[in-house]
Design a protein around this ligand. Sequence first.
Ligand code: ATP
Length: 757
Amino acid sequence: MSSNTAPTTTAPRPANTERRIAYATTLAPITAGILAPLLNHDTAIALDLAYLPAAAFTTASAMDWIPHTTYQQLPAGDILHRHRFPAFLSTLATGVALGMGTFTGSQGADALLAGILDPLTTKGIVSLGWWATVALVPTKLRRILTSRKPRTARPTTTSAAIPAKPTTPPTPQTPEQQILHAWGQHISHPDTGSHRGQTLRLRTINAYRWQGTITAPIGTTVTVTKDAVSSVYRKPAEWIDIKTGAHAGEATITVNLQPPAELDTSTLAGAWRKWAARNGGVMAGTHLEEVQPDPNTGGEVARVIADDTLDALPTPNMRDLVGALRTNHLLLSYEPSTNPRTAVIRLMKENPLRAGTPFPGPKTLLPSEGGYFRIGRAVSGRPLRAQLLDPKLGARHLFVSGVTGSGKGGVLQLIALAAHLAGAVIIYADPKGSSNPAIEKMAAYTGLGEDGAMGALLLTEALVNHRINLTGQIKQKNFNPDVMPHVVFILDEASTLLGEKATHRKRATAAVGHIAKKGRSLGVSEVLANQLLQLAEIGGDSAIRDNIIGSGGVIMLRSDSSQRHLIDLPPGMQTINPADIPATWTGDDNGTLVYTDDIHIQDPESTFGLGYFMTTDGVCAMGRTYTLEDATEHIDENNVTEPFDWPDWDNRHNLVAALLAEDNEDLDSTTSTLFTGAEATPKKPASAKDKILNTLQDLADPLGIDTNYTHKDDIGRIAGVEGQTLANTLSQLVKTNEIHRGPDAGTYGLGPAPTTE
Ligand SMILES: Nc1ncnc2c1ncn2[C@@H]1O[C@H](COP(=O)(O)OP(=O)(O)OP(=O)(O)O)[C@@H](O)[C@H]1O
């Protein structure tokens, strides 16, 4: 739909009227010249007097001094206006003829009319000038004088013409015409408009609103105001929106014909505009697009877009945004996207996560081509996915944080089940004791309690060391699951081993850091769960946090607000605050102020599993894990994968015992406060180092003169230390000069290597 300035079509006029006026205008001077000498004195004076106002009118008309409203009042005012210049010439010539005829009689009139025949005289020159003026009149009016077609007054535009006095009802018939007419009359009209020459082109019109484009004359800008439009169309100014168009001389206009949704604060659009996006508001400089109902939540969802004045959306303080939209944290979801100018806002009536999503079955945990499995649902309905093995990059790590009861165990169980179903080896360390029996059923090795968990950790580290050697030998650069199975090491309550007061802190920190660093290409994933993300809780080693979270991401369940400052949250997600998640779904602040015994208090439902999921899947969203209290029914205990690439696996229990003993020995040498006295000292198993040194001492020359060398196989057999542990311990003892290599390959002797002089 398009139109220019309001076409104000005048009523059809009898065709001859204009022609008659043209003839009269043309013939008036000649008629005056012929008749004037014949008039008696009184008639001549009356005619002269009548001439004066007519002359004044045509002169003023020719000079454009007469207001258009005056023409509108006159019969055939539009014709008078259109032919004002020939009318002026005709009046001029008529005045001269009238003057000559009435004041000098027939002699003067003859001289004026016939003087042209004697052009070289003064009267001839005057006559020539008069005839030239007279001749100019029909020349100007020739189109009308020669026209044979009945002529109707042509439609005119208000920017160029004067609306004629209507002879038929002038009201435009269609809504479009009415809008354009009113615009042409009151806004763009070249003489009377409030914003002259600023024309309107309509684009759309319906029962709710009309929209169009305002164009200013070249070289000027659009200055039409909402107030001006409001006054013309009798609509409140806040129903009207005027925005800059493609260039300074253009603007787009929307006039709502009924209260727009943006003004109704019970809608998302209204609340956003009035409270969130207001000047100085939490989301000033933004607007909503694609606002639509959200069947999942009974509320509304929309895209938040940065206005042209902003480069990127501001990062809202969620508390402010929740307040601005008059809602609560559990009913508002704000999801930024990778595009810094857009985000998704969801204002819910009912949080669909409250009801929880029952675990849909093992197939949801099977990895996609890219290694992603589903562990829950985001508030948008999108599945929440995590990844432990990337087909190209290798193993991924994960961090799960949340206060006690927030559902970390539930997340770990789902992750373990995904690993189990995918045929991965699970090594499970649970310092709390048996807090997740289902995971134990899936694990190839489980270490319970503090020491047990430490053993599982050291076992995983030894496996990583084995794979470092193995991949070096077979020259394998990237992880290949056909050569070695994927391993998932799960450490719950990590601070028990890594926290400031943890007994095994130093050793455990080194091991966790080592696995986090080397695990990717060796196919060993590390999944840590802890209440807090603070460095003090994870060995004081930022590399651990960075390597784990930077690898597979973090799942932040309900926690305290400081946690979000500890990691680099994805762009835009600085808004999230795990402390905003309440412990229960009922937390109505608008509840009763005064309680009596008969007031029913609803039992609260836990928000376990509810949190922010920031995994490598690219979305960072509020979501909740599937409801799965116990995974046992989905576990195949006869199908628990073991690390077939590691020969020492069969000896894992001895190995763990030796590694723990070694660690305890180190602890002993540095810690004297662990035990209160000699009587209280528990008998610890000897470490591999002790066993080897004792063996070599037993085999040494009793006189201490010669050095006896023993083959490592014999040392291992006598000391009861095997495989990798034997090799590692021997090389460690050589390094510390407690033993040295013998002249024959694979033999060792006690003490530092003898000096050769
Ligand atoms: N995904 C889930 N499905 C069903 N129930 C769950 C789920 N997650 C948690 N729960 C319920 O919430 C309770 C507490 O969860 P969970 O033990 O996982 O919390 P946590 O964060 O590990 O706590 P803690 O640190 O004290 O061990 C569970 O005993 C279980 O009843």
